[in-house]
Structures are given as structure tokens and as C-alpha cells.
Design a protein around this ligand. Structure first.
Ligand code: PNS
Length: 158
């Protein structure tokens, strides 16, 4: 597996995302964290902020880089010359949505494979939306996110 994509909105990147990216980086030669613009989700952090946070959180992983994208994932994968997408699966509730996306991407481009890595138990409950919710109510998310994200959330909700 040469170059893999780990796509997502990363609003913001969590400990769960970082776990999957780290494990993908042990399997693939190179990992591109594909940060989707996702305008319909009205992200809390701008695309530039999300990319910068992913970059900072993954700075210790030499074969990982963060790149923003807009449009179809399969087109971005072709541009990046990546033929595998790596995604995390937390629980059965993730399965249907992820199954749908993987099947759609396969339909759009037969050359692109999707593989799944199971989230570890400590991150099974975690999502960016939970992190945003807790941080907006001034709860402690320091165990859920990389330190740079914790600081960025504190600034956002100061
Ligand atoms: O972190 P998310 O928001 O669950 O990630 C979803 C994402 C960004 C991977 C997905 O929405 C995506 O691939 N968007 C790009 C547009 C696209 O290719 N859509 C068709 C597949 S759903």
C-alpha cells in the first residue's frame, strides 16, 4: 500500500482520528489526511484552521501530511495518485453510513479500495460533534483531543 487517504471533515481532529491516522501510517508508505471542505456541515473551524490543526497534531508522523479538498473524494484520490481510503469504524452505528460511502466510491471508481480499521475501545464513543458540544459548554475535552485542538477549542469558546 503506497499512498493512502484518510478522509474526513475533522471539525476538529480528535484522539480517535489520530489513532486511525497513526495506524494507517504504519501500514502505508505515505498517508494524506484529506480534509473535506464539507460546507453543508457548516463546520465550526474554517478549512484552513482544520488543516492546520491536523498538521500540528500529526507533526510527529513523518509520512503524514494534511491536504484540503473540495469535490468528490474519488477525484481527489486520483489527483493525489492514491488508490486506497482508510477509515475508522467505531461501532455498528457507523457501519451503514460507511458501507454506503464505500460502495458509492467503489461505484464511481473501481480502482479505489476502502479499508476499515476498528477504533480502540477508549475512542468508541468519541466524535467531533461530541467534542464540540462538550467544549462549547466548557467541559474538559483534554483526554479526547490532541493538545493543540484543546487549546483551539478553548480560544473558540472563550
Ligand atoms: O468526517 P466526515 O464528515 O464523516 O467525513 C465524510 C467525508 C468527508 C469523508 C465524505 O463526506 C466525503 O467523502 N465527502 C467528499 C464528497 C464525496 O466524495 N461524496 C461522495 C461520497 S459520500
Amino acid at each position: 500500500m503506497k499512498r493512502a487517504l484518510t478522509p474526513g471533515t475533522f471539525d476538529p481532529i480528535t484522539g480517535g482520528h489520530l489513532d486511525i491516522i497513526t495506524r494507517a501510517a504504519q501500514i502505508a508508505d505515505e498517508v494524506i489526511v484529506a480534509v473535506a471542505a464539507s460546507p453543508k456541515k457548516h463546520p465550526l473551524f474554517s478549512l484552513e484552521e482544520r488543516v492546520a490543526l491536523v498538521q500540528e497534531a500529526t507533526a510527529h508522523l513523518p509520512n503524514v501530511k494534511a491536504v484540503p479538498f473540495d469535490g468528490l473524494l474519488v477525484d481527489f484520490a486520483k489527483d493525489m495518485e492514491a488508490n486506497v481510503v482508510v477509515k475508522g469504524l467505531r461501532a455498528i452505528t457507523d457501519f451503514e453510513y460507511e458501507f454506503q460511502m464505500a460502495a458509492l466510491n467503489y461505484q464511481l471508481d473501481r480502482a479505489m479500495e476502502t479499508i476499515f480499521i476498528m477504533s480502540p475501545p477508549q475512542y468508541m464513543y468519541l466524535s467531533s460533534s461530541i467534542v464540540r458540544e462538550v467544549a462549547s459548554l466548557h467541559g474538559d475535552v483534554s483526554d479526547m483531543v490532541p493538545p493543540c485542538v484543546n487549546e483551539a477549542l478553548k480560544r473558540k469558546f472563550a
